[in-house]
Design a protein around this ligand. Structure first.
Ligand SMILES: [Mg+2]
Length: 475
């Protein structure tokens, strides 16, 4: 009997991260990490969960948009939707009325991201595979048919994509076995939020080195002297072999995995992130002055839509050996296409739910592989680490075939709210999700939803005022 989509539920879930300064940077000073969450229901017990990330107010607006997009799936046969996920994506994207409040940007597009991801979660569950495994087991034809290809054929054609995937197909099993064994390389952002004191930064950096990490990211852009001081604190720890875990040898800073990353003597790498605060000339000037802390790249130096601006920043910083990364606010595949065509980025930072779900991410992975730019997904937010490990595994196993120069962001917040939280091994690398029932790993505990749902969850009605008062009183 055919299984049909019968309805959906949405939840506006907000976590009070603004109380602790988690997630603070030069632009976002007061974030409550939030999830606009959707569950797609069917005529069987098959279900699909998805979400997109916001940082607080406005999460209700995204939930309203999700309802509009998800309503288009009511009554659809799930196998017909799964049979061509690229076509399904286009159908959802091309609502003849909703498209006016996009198209392919803003609230309507991130809402589509939540719904598309929920559908992919359902597809993976229906095949009893984690999402990444569903995708890497596809034939090259199936994978290309699952991607959102409209408007990118000037950068990559379906035929070129097929050739690339076929060239990698024979060695997929080998890469899968390897990454299952060693895990996927990760980097830490949790040590370097702007809202943290120097002492907290030093303590968290030491903890991260001890946990096996060797790529570290710090937020910059509010105050140059403070950035240099915090950068020097971090470098003094990550460059000092005494803090390495017992028995760990320094990595060769000029080895193939690290060359060009400004790695220090222990093989540790520092990245910096400005979250869009500067104009273009100011970005070049400011980052030049941070050259003493030897960053690999500056992330989001300027407005996320300014493709030629990023190209100018990259050109201006090239003599200083500092690269440019961006993408967490790039709202669709066309922005990535132009960033690649304009040679504006050294590192491509896809976001799992600002792009409209797995289908659009696949098209960006294909373009980045063609242009030879490494993909290091964005994951600073609730649920994003759970999502992105799947995307990096797809990139490595099926698309680009490269892993050791890539690093996947890891932020150690809020994982306890998920049924299948991501995890990190003793070498600072993501473990490979492996449960046949976890889909896209984004299902949230019912208790977490009930407690943190805005504005009537028990945290917001009973606990928040007390937590805030305690905070103000310095407890
Ligand atoms: Mg960032």
């Amino acid at each position: 009997m055919s299984v049909k989509i019968t309805g959906f539920e949405t939840h506006d879930v907000r976590f009070p991260t603004s109380l602790t300064g988690d997630g603070t940077d030069a632009m976002n000073t007061d974030c409550d990490y939030s999830s606009a969450y959707v569950s797609l229901l069917t005529s069987s017990d098959l279900i699909g969960h998805g979400m997109t990330f916001t940082i607080g107010r406005g999460n209700d607006i995204v939930c309203a948009a999700i309802k509009e997009v998800a309503a288009r799936l009511q009554g659809k046969d799930v196998e017909e939707l799964f049979a061509n996920m690229g076509k399904t994506w286009e159908y959802l994207c091309a609502d003849p009325q909703l498209r006016w409040i996009g198209p392919e940007k803003g609230v309507i597009h991130i809402a589509l991201g939540a719904v598309n991801n929920a559908l992919w979660d359902m597809y993976a569950r229906s095949r009893q595979k984690p999402l990444w495994k569903l995708v890497v087991d596809m034939s090259p034809e199936e994978l290309v048919n699952s991607a959102a290809f409209r408007y990118i054929s000037d950068a990559i054609t379906k035929e070129e994509a097929l050739e690339m995937l076929k060239a990698k197909a024979a060695s997929k099993a080998e890469r899968e076995a390897h990454v299952r064994q060693v895990g996927y390389p990760a980097y830490v952002t949790s040590a370097g939020w702007l809202g943290y004191s120097d002492e907290k930064v030093a303590r968290l950096t030491k903890e991260a080195v001890a946990a096996g990490f060797n790529h570290f990211k710090m937020k910059v852009g509010a105050d140059r002297d403070s950035d240099l001081r915090r950068g020097q604190i971090i470098r003094s720890i990550i460059d000092d072999p005494q803090y390495l875990p017992a028995g760990r040898k320094p990595r060769d800073p000029n080895g193939p995995d690290l060359v060009g990353k400004n790695a220090g003597p222990t093989g540790s790498v520092l990245m910096i992130d400005a979250n869009q605060v500067w104009d273009v000339p100011q970005a070049i000037d400011y980052v030049k002055s941070l050259a003493p802390i030897k960053p690999w790249f500056i992330e989001e130096p300027t407005a996320p839509d300014d493709i030629l601006g990023h190209a100018a920043v990259r050109k201006g910083l090239k003599p200083y050996g500092i690269g440019v990364a961006t993408g967490e606010h790039a709202h669709n595949r066309m922005v990535f296409k132009q960033l690649l065509q304009a040679e504006a980025i050294d590192v491509c930072q896809i976001d799992s739910c600002r792009l409209a779900g797995v289908s659009e991410v696949l098209s960006v992975l294909l373009m980045a592989a063609k242009f030879g730019v490494p993909v290091c997904p964005h994951a600073g937010g609730v649920g994003l680490c759970e999502y992105v490990i799947h995307l990096s595994l797809i990139d490595y196993i099926a698309v680009s075939g490269s892993m050791e120069r890539n690093v996947l962001e890891f932020v150690d917040h809020l994982h306890e709210h998920f049924l299948s939280p991501c995890s990190i091994n003793e070498n600072g690398r993501y473990n490979v999700p492996n449960s046949p029932t976890e889909g896209y790993s984004i299902e949230m505990h019912k208790e977490s939803i009930a407690r943190f749902e805005w504005p009537h969850g028990t945290y917001w009605t009973n606990e928040h005022a007390v937590a805030k008062a305690n905070r103000a009183a310095g407890h």
